[in-house]
Ligand binder design. Structure first.
Ligand SMILES: Cc1cc2nc3c(=O)[nH]c(=O)nc-3n(C[C@H](O)[C@H](O)[C@H](O)COP(=O)(O)O)c2cc1C
Length: 326
């Protein structure tokens, strides 16, 4: 409903960002490091609004090859006191052809926002065909995006998280690179529920296979460990995820160093939160749940606050602060 209204937003120039916030990540210039996380705008309804609201980029999707309805309602639960959401959406998507056309239309009208497209398999796709779904999506959408995010970590598509293994990821990379290695920037989005040993192995594979970066993290299935008493099944996001997500960003940074950048996401709802993710190792940050509770001025507020924090601590740019606490 709100998205339908925002979809009519006229395309305007992005608001100017403080110089310190301009940053270069995987060879691309970003006006500022604060992005919209995947899942809020699955079908590219409102990129012009995200740009006008001060986001430096938006990750749209998850987009599936064929249209699908997702889980039946109710499928999002608000936990206002805990500043958290639980969702069980299951990738409702208009499908890659419709979303691709929408992005082409917005680009033709002059949209300049950096766009990442987050892709995932259809629910009905058997495990043996998941790599071909990713390959089809990569072929259909790769040229339209600044980067593509391979989503292996949503808890609401049965079996998807099992693809976070070196063998399965190799299968996906091979399918995407068929018939020849792709020049598109591919990132991999990970779950915060991966154990330490598995995390090291999957990060090594991500680097070896030439992925451009890692998005950490998706929602968590944890409850009591992150201070939530509510049993409702689904992916938990927001404040209770914040420390777990930041710890994972830090662990990845320690493991892979500066070989490829990390996009940090999970529980960010203020400039201080964003700054701490950056200091833990994130070159860019994203948010979803914070926007729901704090409202549409959040990206602008975070950017203003980040510039002030950088100046306070004597950093000349975002990139100087990345990983200083890792
Ligand atoms: C309602 C909802 C739907 C989401 N859908 C997707 C999705 O389709 N694909 C994806 O990769 N992540 C999805 N996410 C996860 C977010 O992109 C993000 O990784 C996670 O919510 C943590 O960030 P946050 O605490 O700022 O919300 C979704 C999150 C929420 C709350």
């Amino acid at each position: 409903m709100v998205l339908a209204m925002l979809s009519a937003w006229p395309i305007s120039d992005p608001p100017a960002a403080a110089q310190e916030l301009n940053t270069r990540v995987f060879g691309l210039e970003f006006n500022n490091p604060v992005g919209l996380a995947a899942g809020l705008d699955k079908d590219a309804a409102a990129p012009a609004a995200w740009q006008a609201l001060g986001f430096g980029f938006a990750e749209l999707g998850t987009i599936t090859p064929r249209p699908q309805a997702g889980t039946s309602r109710p499928r999002i639960w608000r936990l206002p006191e805990q500043r958290a959401l639980i969702n069980q959406l299951g990738f409702p998507s208009k499908g890659m052809e419709a979303v691709g056309r929408r992005i082409e239309e917005l680009r033709a009208k002059g949209l300049r926002l950096r766009i990442g497209l987050n892709i995932g398999p259809n629910k009905a796709t058997p495990a043996s065909r998941v790599a071909s779904d990713y390959a089809m999506l990569a072929r259909g959408l790769g040229a339209l995006a600044d980067f593509i995010v391979i989503n292996l970590s949503s808890p609401n598509t049965p079996g998807l998280r099992a693809f976070q293994s070196p063998e399965r990821l190799r299968e996906i990379r091979a399918a995407i690179d068929e018939p020849h290695p792709s020049t598109v920037r591919y990132l991999v989005k990970l779950s915060p529920d991966i154990g330490a040993a598995e995390l090291g192995a999957i990060c090594d594979t991500i680097v070896q296979l030439g992925f451009a970066g890692i998005v950490a993290t998706n929602t968590t299935l944890a409850r009591t460990e992150v201070g939530i008493a509510w049993e409702q099944a689904g992916g938990l996001s927001g404040l209770p995820l914040r420390e777990r997500s930041r710890d994972m960003v830090r662990a990845i940074r320690r493991h892979i160093g500066t070989q490829i950048p990390i996009i940090g996401v999970g529980g960010i709802a203020s400039a201080e939160d964003a700054y701490r993710h950056i200091r833990a190792g994130a070159s860019l940050v994203e948010l979803y749940t914070g926007l729901i509770f704090e409202g549409p001025t959040l990206a602008t507020l975070i950017n203003a606050g980040l510039a002030a924090l950088l100046r306070r601590d004597g950093f000349r740019s975002i990139s100087d602060a990345v990983g200083v606490d890792a």
